[in-house]
Design a protein around this ligand. Sequence first.
Ligand SMILES: [Fe+2]
Length: 300
Amino acid sequence: MTNPAPEILQLGYFRLGVRALDWWQNFAALVGFGQVSDAPAGELQLRTDAERDYRIAVHAAPVTGLSAVGWEVAGPRELATVGERLRVLGSGVRDASFEEKTARKVEDMIVAVDPDGLCNEIYWGPNTALRIPFQSPTGTSFESGACGNGHVTVNVADSQSTLDYYIQGLGLRLSDAAWMEGHSRVYFLRCNARHHSFAFAQMAQRPPGTVHVMADIANLDSLGEVRDRLLNAGITLSRDLGSHPLDGVVSFYVATPDGFEFELATGTRFIAEDTWASDRFLRTGRPWGHRKPLPSKDRK
Ligand SMILES: [Fe+2]
């Protein structure tokens, strides 16, 4: 399997369909995301940096989970290249409408559906002309910028089809593949130095769809402060602090009311492209933590 040229520069944004928008409003405030003040009604647009309008959009929808993943390319030539590769693969791809491009504030965009129906929005020319300075309302520092912020993880029906689609079609690169808890093989794909922006597994015991999304925080103190605020507000963690040796993070997971987890993490590994294939076997981190927290009545 060959890796095509890397047209995709970053995970620009992802969009989440949710039912409990009030819960998300509160959660966003506790984490310390910035918010776009003129977002459409029924939608929260969450900022982590000044480079892009927003990184996460949360909108009311009957179907919960990822509704779209935004992948940024440099310009029209790269957009055409990715579009052509996806067409050759035989996957559904179409030009975005004027209204869709206006809604995303991008110059041009194509919309491509992956083998499990997940919508990928590939675009160039994000709205950066009137860049608004970013300051977290809670002083949270995010690890965000040219490598995007965070990642998305999904469950798929057929790993090989998904691997072909994202590597041969979109042009992502395989960073790691590992057997994880539950005997499922998890694949981690990158589009830049960030260890992965997209991960997936084929877990037969659950339907295809969103497993978790992650927001990346710049340091452990900031992550700890976010965790304190969430716990003090009675937000339920599904897995408490722990480490993931592959991408190098310390993280915890929040149980959202919409059927997927939200990971908050720090310490993401950034890969040196020319040495990765050799140094990946020399990593020494070990997994710890990520336990299910005690019910609050049992906490001392
Ligand atoms: Fe993750």
